[in-house]
Design a protein around this ligand. Structure first.
Ligand SMILES: Nc1ncnc2c1ncn2[C@@H]1O[C@H](COP(=O)(O)OP(=O)(O)O)[C@@H](O)[C@H]1O
Ligand SMILES: [Mg+2]
Length: 250
């Protein structure tokens, strides 16, 4: 009996001559936050894009609840409860906040395809307030907000979708201390629900050790470290990531 919600087995991916992933094995359980760390170019985003159906792996397979699946597209993955906040954000800058929050799931009056704008504005306000993110107006154009506010909206959108697996590719990168604190608190709250699995890519190891249950390190397309967060430390993670760049003693 496989207790992993999602499992990747022997996954590989090449881009022409570049081997982005080689024989990656990774899993995440319900109620668990898995931290995925690694240097730039290690393959983190490529792995997330495979887990969300954006890229197809060249080799290996994915299992959801122990059943092999072929994710045909991001839409297909979403239909299976896999939601992603991409590093290269999927926000439409000239649309207001509330429509960005409803992107691809706009509420319409049936049978006529009118958008239920007032209801969408209400729900958007409610979603942002429940997270505690400070966005003055849901009718503001997203392009006018800060990078941190845009990231927060992207996270709110995915959370608000009833996902069972949430994939977050550097959601904290553009955020200040207050905003990332709110997002980390939100992730901790989501974890308490117990049925949601989260994979979080982040570069701040203190935050990773603090909020994650387990940490995987990706180096040159391979998982080289898999440890309970309680059994590692910021110092150890820094040492592991940076050791390969240290100059030999002379
Ligand atoms: N669409 C692509 N086409 C070609 N090469 C890519 C593409 N996406 C990623 N790569 C390459 O794959 C490797 C891993 O990239 P990426 O997954 O973005 O790493 P990370 O997110 O860990 O910084 C890098 O060498 C990168 O240049
Ligand atoms: Mg990346």
């Amino acid at each position: 009996m496989d207790d992993a919600l999602l499992r990747a087995e022997h996954v590989s991916k090449r881009f022409g001559p570049v081997s982005a992933l080689t024989d990656v094995n990774l899993h995440v359980r319900r109620g668990e936050i898995l931290g995925l760390i690694g240097d730039n170019g290690a393959g983190k985003s490529t792995l997330i894009k495979i887990l969300t159906g954006y890229h197809q792996p060249d080799g290996g397979r994915l299992l959801v609840d122990g059943e092999p699946v072929t994710l045909k597209s991001v839409v297909h993955a979403r239909s299976l409860g896999i939601e992603t906040v991409f590093q290269d954000l999927a926000m439409v800058n000239d649309l207001p906040v509330y429509l960005n929050l409803h992107l691809n799931k706009e509420l319409v009056h049936r049978p006529l395809p009118f958008l239920r704008r007032r209801e969408m504005r209400r729900r958007a306000r409610e979603a942002l307030d429940s997270i505690g993110i400070d966005i003055p107006s849901v009718t503001a154009e997203v392009g006018l907000l800060s990078g941190g506010q845009r990231q927060a909206i992207a996270v709110a959108r995915s959370v608000y979708s009833n996902a069972k697996l949430l994939l977050l590719d550097e959601p904290l990168a553009a955020m200040g201390a207050k905003e990332s604190g709110l997002i980390l608190r939100l992730l901790a709250e989501l974890k308490q629900r117990g049925d949601l699995a989260i994979i979080l890519i982040a570069h701040n190891y203190a935050q990773v050790v603090d909020v994650c249950d387990r940490v995987n390190l990706l180096q040159h397309g391979k998982i080289t470290f898999d440890r309970a967060a309680a059994d590692t430390s910021v110092a150890e993670l820094l040492e592991l990531v940076h050791a390969e760049y240290r100059l030999p003693p002379n």
